[in-house]
Design a protein around this ligand. Structure first.
Ligand SMILES: [Zn+2]
Length: 169
C-alpha cells in the first residue's frame, strides 16, 4: 500500500516518535509499505512520521532499487559516532521542491534494530551518513531546515505559506 507523504506543517513531523516495541507481521507489512511509499515518491529515505505514523522507524535505500542488499530498516536508531564534515544539497519528501546545502558529519555510525528486533551497528559515509542523520532527526521531530540559517528557513516557510494559501501544498 502506498501512503501519501505528510507535508511540512503537519504536527506529526515535529514531535518525537514513540519507540517500536513489537516486531511482528504488522510491522513487516508497515516496513514493506514504507519502502513502496518511498519509491513511489522517488525518495532514498523515509521515516514513519512522514506517513503520519509516530513510530521510531525508518527505511533507507540510497541506491534507489539498484542494489537489493542496500535496503536498510532502522527501528529505534541511535547515532553512536560521527566524524568529519560533508556539505551537500539536502531535500526532504515532506518539504518537496526545496533543497538547501546542509553540513553534516561525513561518517556516521548508528545502532538500530532490524525488522526482527535484532540490534545491529552500521557505518555509512557521505550520502548514507546523511540519510542516517536525516531520518534519525525525523524520529526526533526535527527537519533538515533546522540545520540551515534562520534567514533561509524563514524564506522557505514564507514560500510554503503562499503555496498553502494557493491550495498547492
Ligand atoms: Zn525527510
Amino acid at each position: 500500500m502506498i501512503y501519501p507523504i505528510v507535508k511540512f506543517g503537519d504536527p506529526v513531523l515535529e514531535k518525537a516518535a514513540e519507540p517500536v516495541t513489537v516486531f511482528d507481521d504488522q510491522l513487516k507489512k508497515l516496513v514493506e509499505d514504507m519502502f513502496e511509499s518511498m519509491y513511489a515518491a522517488h525518495g532514498v529515505g523515509l521515516a514513519a512520521p512522514q506517513i503520519g505514523i509516530s513510530k521510531r522507524l525508518a527505511v533507507i535505500d540510497i541506491t534507489f532499487k539498484d542494489d537489493p542488499d542496500a535496503t536498510l530498516v532502522m527501528a529505534n536508531p541511535e547515532i553512536i559516532r560521527t566524524e568529519g564534515k560533508h556539505r551537500q544539497n539536502e531535500g526532504c519528501l515532506s518539504i518537496p521542491e526545496f533543497r538547501e546545502p546542509v553540513t553534516r558529519a561525513q561518517k556516521v555510525t548508528i545502532r538500530a534494530q532490524d525488522i526482527d528486533g535484532k540490534w545491529y551497528e552500521k557505518t555509512g559515509e557521505d550520502l548514507l551518513a546523511r540519510a542516517f542523520l536525516h531520518e534519525t532527526d525525523h524520529l526526533n521531530g526535527k527537519l533538515y531546515i533546522s540545520h540551515i540559517s534562520a534567514l533561509k528557513r524563514d524564506l522557505i516557510k514564507r514560500k510554503i505559506r503562499k503555496l498553502v494559501k494557493a491550495g498547492e501544498w
